[in-house]
Design a protein around this ligand. Structure first.
Ligand code: OAD
Length: 236
């Protein structure tokens, strides 16, 4: 990096499914990707839920069970270490598995919601749902069936979360993207926002992505090793 980072500077880690891959959580695209095995039209959209709620809920139930079998890896712990020193560090994640929180990472913005929250589509009420299921047959006081608080295909992102994300990224000096294919909008636009706002941008990903050429620095490694190299650079 060609600048000295002060402990009060703003840092953003922008994470996607590749961040959780070394924990054992499958990614969405590429080999072993969830959307190769499951059609999102049947499992991850409001119309599928309206048609057959139990079908959709059991898919998410399975994802919770699988996520609970996984543990944070060394990369999550490195983020924690960095956050202990640089307190204005925010994690903006597309992941819904709660792995950052389990690693005690702080200031986590969940862009796409969480497997561990449920909400009412009718009145917008949200509930923490930290127990491992069952999702099925749970109703809001208003009578509506509760659904996972996840941004499914064709859903809008929460406006407050978008605003907070944009303002955090616009103010950051260092932006590190880890393990995202940058193919889902609006999240795919955030690295460019960081760049246009003047942040130094780093990509950690073993594969090239659509956005690789816009980064100041690319670390072609998996998240754990990539973060280890990044930390070494930060401390040198
Ligand atoms: P993708 O599955 O689209 O992309 C995963 C990225 O992680 C790819 O670029 C891989 O090269 C990279 N990768 C794989 N293993 C890695 C590792 N060990 N370390 C670092 N990188 C690795 O996942 P996302 O970009 O997160 O939406 O997908 C975005 C959204 O699409 C998800 O949030 C999800 C999905 O539909 C919701 O759940 C709402």
């Amino acid at each position: 990096m060609n600048f000295k980072l002060e402990t009060n500077h703003n840092i953003v880690f922008f994470t996607g499914a590749g961040m959780s891959a070394e924990s054992g959580v499958p990614t969405y695209r590429g080999s072993g990707g969830i959307w190769n095995e499951y059609k999102w039209e049947e499992y991850a959209c409001e119309s599928a839920f309206q048609k057959n709620p139990n079908h959709v809920l059991s898919f998410h139930e399975l994802r919770r069970i699988e996520a609970l079998k996984c543990k944070p890896h060394s990369g999550h712990l490195i983020i924690k270490k960095i956050q202990d020193k640089y307190q204005n560090t925010t994690i903006i994640t597309q992941n819904i598995d709660g792995m950052h929180q389990r690693a005690d990472n702080q200031n986590v913005i969940e862009l796409h919601g969480s497997l561990w929250k449920i909400r009412c589509q009718a009145d917008g009420k949200k509930f923490e749902d930290l127990e491992n299921g069952p999702y099925a047959n749970r109703y809001c006081d208003c009578g509506e069936i509760l659904r996972p608080d996840i941004v499914w295909f064709q859903d809008m992102l929460d406006e407050k979360i978008i605003k907070k994300t944009i303002s955090t990224i616009s103010r950051c000096l260092l932006f590190i993207s880890i393990g995202t294919s940058a193919s889902v909008w609006p999240a795919a636009g955030f690295p460019k926002l960081a760049r246009e706002s003047g942040a130094y941008c780093i990509e950690i990903n073993p594969e090239k992505t659509e956005l690789s050429s816009m980064y100041d620095e690319v670390i072609r490694e998996k998240a754990g090793k990539g973060l280890e190299l990044f930390l070494r650079g930060l401390l040198s």
